[in-house]
Design a protein around this ligand. Structure first.
Ligand code: UDP
Length: 419
């Protein structure tokens, strides 16, 4: 199959951990790689966000990234990219020329707009079938972030319109299917394919970073309020009251190195909270960490804590599981699919520092329980979340879409034929 991926803000080549660079970048890179390894030809279209990027970057045989001119060639926050989507669609359809792909797969609602737009101009009579993965839904974001949501107002009607116009939607978790259904989308057009984890990189064996405290708990992700890292900071004094005072909370993520973090508003907020609740000494902000260094950091932790307000999928818990580390996670969104409560980790109610502290105290007190949950998590990650398996499920969704659009074309009335 010839597949075009569209990922307007999340380049597979970007460094991770900044405000707009996280799971989607990993997802697009790993899924495209796995599909290319399965014999498909994959081109990833992303926005040129720096002057010095080459137009085409070959990654593997059958896989390349194309940087398309769409707006200024510098970083633009993703919520300000909407005006450039028509230009992105122009660049994509120009690159297709007379040879459009078999399928175009949009990632995030804005890429869906560009994918649909390019597909309509595809150069042949039949529109290129469009598959859409939202990664996050505006309805959910607005529900949780309210006035803090910086999405353009147009998202309210354009995102549902992408959902209605795409030939197929790939949801990453069951919670997303309920949200799409509530939006009026027919579930017959929805497939589920989760995110995966790079099992070659994330595993239980290999070096582990040294640590200073008796215990280390780890939080990894973009430093944005909705990731709920402040809840973990607030859990530390409660954990101390429960007898676990020598606990280091290592926070990985945020743009740049520890020095650049000084200017990061979320980093400052977290440190101010740590000061206010008397745990400043226990909190360490590491800043952005390269992917290759992540497994050694995961393996150094007694537990990984993921307590976002909401989570469309959440790759970090899978990485922790693959490394054999138990996860304490908020029972929200995709985390309810990946974590099996009390088998691979402990699920806690959302926004509840006391519940986080209680779960952590239970784990820190019991090395046997940690090892048992870690082993079960590893087994689950290996059995269900390899990128090859995710690519096979995605491939099925593409085939379904192609079969559907071929059938639809056969049913289309021929011009001039009697009706
Ligand atoms: N990540 C990383 N370095 C960092 C911070 C994050 O490699 O400094 C990676 C992390 O390991 C994971 C991804 O970024 O693979 C975050 O994905 P997730 O789905 O958990 O969160 P999202 O960014 O999609 O909200």
């Amino acid at each position: 199959m010839r597949i075009s991926m569209v990922s307007e803000h999340a380049s597979p080549l970007a460094a991770l951990g900044g405000v707009d660079a996280g799971g989607q970048n990993v997802h697009v890179a790993a899924l495209s790689t796995a599909l290319a390894r399965r014999g498909h030809h994959v081109t990833v279209y992303t926005r040129r966000d720096a002057d010095d990027l080459p137009e085409r970057v070959p990654i593997l045989p059958r896989l390349e990234v194309v940087h398309v001119e769409a707006g200024p060639a510098c970083h633009v926050p993703k919520d300000e990219l909407l005006p450039f989507m028509a230009q992105l669609a122009d660049g994509i359809s120009n690159d297709w020329g007379e040879r459009p792909p078999d399928v175009v797969h949009g990632h995030f609602w804005m890429s869906g707009l560009a994918a649909l737009d390019a597909a309509r101009r595809g150069g042949t009579d039949a529109r290129v079938p469009v598959v859409q993965t939202f990664h996050a839904l505006g309805t959910v974001k607005r529900r949780h972030q309210g006035v803090e949501d910086t999405s353009p107002v147009e998202r309210q009607w354009l995102e549902p319109s992408v959902a209605r116009s795409a030939d197929r939607i790939i949801a990453t978790c069951s919670d997303e299917v309920f949200e799409l259904k509530a939006m009026g989308i027919d579930t017959a057009r929805i497939s589920i394919a989760p995110c995966g984890v790079d099992l070659g990189l994330f595993s239980g064996s290999g070096p582990r970073e040294g640590r200073t405290g008796t215990h280390r708990i780890l939080s990894v992700g973009r430093l944005v309020p909705r990731k709920g890292v402040d809840l973990v900071v607030r859990a530390l004094p409660l954990l101390r009251d429960a007898g676990f005072g020598d606990v280091e909370l290592l926070i990985v993520g945020g743009g740049g190195d520890p020095e650049a973090l000084g200017a990061d508003p979320e980093a400052r907020r977290l440190l101010a909270i740590a000061d206010a609740v008397g745990v400043r000494r226990q909190v360490r902000l590491r800043g952005q960490v390269r992917r290759e260094a992540m497994p050694g950091i995961f393996r150094s932790a007694d537990a990984v804590v993921c307590t976002p307000w909401y989570e469309p999928f959440g790759i970090v818990p899978l990485e922790a599981m693959a490394c054999g580390v138990p996860v304490v996670a908020a029972a929200v969104g995709g985390l309810r699919d990946t974590i099996v409560d009390r088998r691979t980790g402990i699920l806690v109610p959302a926004q509840d520092p006391a519940a986080i502290a209680e779960a952590l105290a239970e784990l820190l007190a019991d090395p046997g329980l940690r090892a048992e949950l870690g082993r079960a998590g590893q087994k689950r990650a290996l059995a269900r979340y390899s990128w090859d398996r995710v690519a096979a499920e995605t491939e099925k969704a593409y085939q379904h879409t192609l079969a559907g659009s071929a059938a639809a074309r056969r049913l289309e009335p021929v011009e001039g034929a009697a009706l």
